[in-house]
Design a protein around this ligand. Structure first.
Ligand code: BES
Ligand code: MN
Ligand code: MN
Length: 443
C-alpha cells in the first residue's frame, strides 16, 4: 500500500506538467470562437491517455463537443471503474482581475492558478496520476470518460451515452469534479443539486419613447423586469416560488464566519434565507439572476426601454424534478408580471439533482482509501452545484455505484477570477484514487 503512495509522489511532477499544458488550451466550449480549442484539448487528453498505456482511446462526438473515451480492459472477474472528468472550462471573465494570466498556469503559495487548474482539468490529472502510479496495469478495468461540454449543460450527453453504451458500461463510476471539506480534510460528495434555467423577456412598447414625454404614463420594460425579479424572493431572501421541492441536509457545522471567509461576503452584507447553511446550500432550491440585457449605462439616454430580459438560474434540491421546477418558475414569472406587460419565458438547460446512499463495500473501500491518502476520514457532504452527467449515467446504468470525489477546496474559486488548485490536494486526491482502484480489485 505505502508503495503506491510513493509511486503517486513519483509520477506527480510529470502529471503536473501535463496539467499545465492542458490549462494553456482555452477550451471554452461556450465561446463559439474557441470551439477549435476544445478540439485541441480533446486531442491533448487523448494523447496523454494513449501515452499512459490505455489500449483503446477514441474521441467521440454526437453533434456537440468532443469527448474522450479511453479503455483498459478488466482482468477476468474484476469490476470496471469509469473515471469521469471534463476538459471544457468556464469563460475566464474579466482578465484584468486575474493576478496572473488565466491560461498561463502560475504557482503561488502552493497553489496553481489558472482557468481549469481545478474545475476540472485537475480531475483529468487525478485519473492520469492514479493510472500511471499503478504502472498502467490496475487490478480492475478502467474506462476514462472526459466530457467536453459539462460547463454548457452537457446538451449531447444523452446521445453520447446511448451511442457508446457498451464502451461506457461500468460497475463503479468515479466523478472527480467536486469539492473537499478543506485542503486537509476530504469530502465524499453524497448529494448534488440539479439545475434549471430560463430567459425571461419583457416587452412594454413597440419602440423607445422620450422618458419625459411619456414617463409616468406608460411603463418601461426594465422597471417591469425588476419587479418580476424582485418577486422571486421574500424579504428574508427565501425563494418565493410556489411548488418547489426541499430535502433535508446532514447536520454539519458551517459557521457564519466560515461562510464569510469562503465567499468574500462584504462587511455588513447579510446571509439570505432561513435554515442551516447546509440546508440552504444542499437541500433547498436557490434562484439567482445571472445576466441582464438592457441598455448599458454608457448608451443610456432619457428613453423608456421597450424590451429587457434576464437569465435566471435555479438550483433544484435532491429529490426534485428539474422540468417540474422550471414549470413552477415559469408560472411564477407569468403571474408576477405587473401592468399587463408582455412576458415570454424561454426554457434553457435542465439537469437532474442526485443523492447517493453511500453504504456498502465500494464505499467502504473508498473511505479507507481517503483515510490512508489524507490522514483524515472523509466528511459526507452535499454540494450546491450540479453535475447533470451523474443522474444521466445512473439512469443508463442503475446498478453502478457512484462515487463523487474531487480536487477542489474552499479557496478554489471555480468559475470566478483567480481559480486555483491546491497542489497538496492534487497529490492526496490522486493517492486516494490510486488506492481506490487497487482496493476495488479485491472486493
Ligand atoms: N464542478 C462543477 C460542479 C460542482 C460545483 C461540484 C460545486 C461541487 C461543487 C461543475 O463543473 C459545474 O460547474 N457544473 C455546472 C453545471 C451546469 C452548467 C449544468 C453548475 O453547477 O453550474
Ligand atoms: Mn466541474
Ligand atoms: Mn464548473
Amino acid at each position: 500500500m505505502t508503495d503506491l503512495v510513493a509511486r503517486v509522489r513519483d509520477v506527480l511532477p510529470s502529471v503536473r506538467a501535463d496539467l499545465e499544458n492542458l490549462v494553456r488550451i482555452e477550451s471554452v466550449w461556450a465561446d463559439p470562437a474557441r470551439r477549435p480549442e476544445v478540439h485541441r484539448s480533446a486531442d491533448a487528453v487523448s494523447k496523454l491517455l494513449t501515452e499512459a498505456g490505455f489500449g483503446d482511446v477514441r474521441i467521440v462526438a454526437e453533434g456537440g463537443a468532443p469527448a474522450v473515451i479511453a479503455r483498459h480492459p478488466a482482468p477476468a472477474g474484476a469490476p470496471t471503474v469509469l473515471l469521469y472528468a471534463h476538459h471544457d472550462v468556464q469563460p475566464e471573465g474579466d482578465r484584468s482581475q486575474w493576478h496572473s494570466p488565466p491560461f498561463q498556469p502560475t504557482e503561488r503559495d502552493g497553489r496553481l492558478y489558472g482557468r481549469g487548474t481545478a474545475d476540472d482539468k485537475a480531475g483529468i490529472a487525478t485519473h492520469l496520476a492514479a493510472f500511471r502510479a499503478l504502472g498502467g496495469n490496475p487490478p480492475v478495468g478502467v474506462t476514462v470518460f472526459v466530457e467536453g461540454e459539462e460547463e454548457s449543460g452537457s446538451p449531447s450527453l444523452a446521445r453520447l451515452l446511448s451511442a457508446h453504451r457498451e464502451l461506457l458500461a461500468a460497475d463503479v463510476i468515479v466523478i472527480a469534479d467536486s469539492d473537499n471539506w478543506s485542503t486537509e480534510v476530504p469530502s465524499l460528495t453524497v448529494s448534488l443539486r440539479g439545475l434549471a434555467d430560463c430567459v425571461v423577456e419583457v416587452a412594454t412598447l413597440d419602440h423607445g419613447l422620450h422618458s419625459g414625454m411619456w414617463g409616468g404614463v406608460v411603463p418601461d420594460a426594465l422597471s417591469v423586469l425588476v419587479r418580476i425579479l424582485a418577486s422571486l424572493h421574500d424579504d428574508d431572501g427565501n425563494v418565493a416560488v410556489a411548488g418547489l421541492h426541499q430535502a433535508s441536509a446532514a447536520d454539519v457545522d458551517y459557521t457564519p464566519e466560515r461562510v464569510r471567509a469562503d465567499t468574500g461576503l462584504l462587511d455588513g452584507v447579510r446571509e439570505i434565507g432561513s435554515g442551516s447553511v447546509a440546508q440552504r446550500l444542499w437541500a433547498k432550491p436557490a434562484i439567482t439572476v445571472i445576466g441582464i440585457d438592457a441598455t448599458p449605462i454608457a448608451q443610456a439616454s432619457n428613453t423608456l426601454i421597450p424590451r429587457a430580459r434576464a437569465k435566471i438560474s435555479m438550483r433544484v434540491a435532491p429529490g426534485g424534478v428539474a422540468a417540474e421546477h422550471l414549470a413552477a418558475l415559469t408560472r411564477h414569472l407569468e403571474s408576477h408580471t405587473p401592468w399587463g406587460a408582455r412576458v415570454t419565458v424561454t426554457a434553457g438547460d435542465l439537469g437532474e439533482p442526485y443523492a447517493i446512499d453511500a453504504s456498502g463495500p465500494v464505499y467502504d473501500v473508498a473511505r479507507e482509501a481517503f483515510r490512508e491518502a489524507w490522514g483524515f476520514d472523509a466528511v459526507d457532504t452535499g454540494v450546491g452545484g450540479s453535475i447533470p452527467f451523474i443522474a444521466s449515467f445512473a439512469e443508463a446504468f442503475p446498478e453502478a455505484k457512484v462515487l463523487v470525489t474531487g480536487v477542489e477546496d474552499p479557496d478554489t474559486q471555480a468559475h470566478s477570477i483567480n481559480e486555483s488548485l491546491h497542489l497538496g490536494v492534487l497529490e492526496r486526491a490522486a493517492t486516494a484514487e490510486a488506492l481506490l482502484l487497487q482496493g476495488l480489485g479485491s472486493i
